[in-house]
Design a protein around this ligand. Sequence first.
Ligand SMILES: [Zn+2]
Length: 73
Amino acid sequence: MDERKERAPRDGTRAPLVAAVSLTPVQEAYGRITAHALRCDDCRDVDQHCDVAEQLWLTYQALTDGAFRRLEG
Ligand SMILES: [Zn+2]
């Protein structure tokens, strides 16, 4: 009976889970794309074009290409 149990706050809320790791630049770039797309009306409309999303995607691709070039040596 030594197990410790975290108690949920009485109001039913829970503390947010915080990652204790750092992401790679490629992962951070992809995260910026998804974070933007979730709150952008143009990104959610298939008939619209979003310049911000396009720029984020180009940045992501450039970082990915650079990572692959480093792996290839
Ligand atoms: Zn957008």
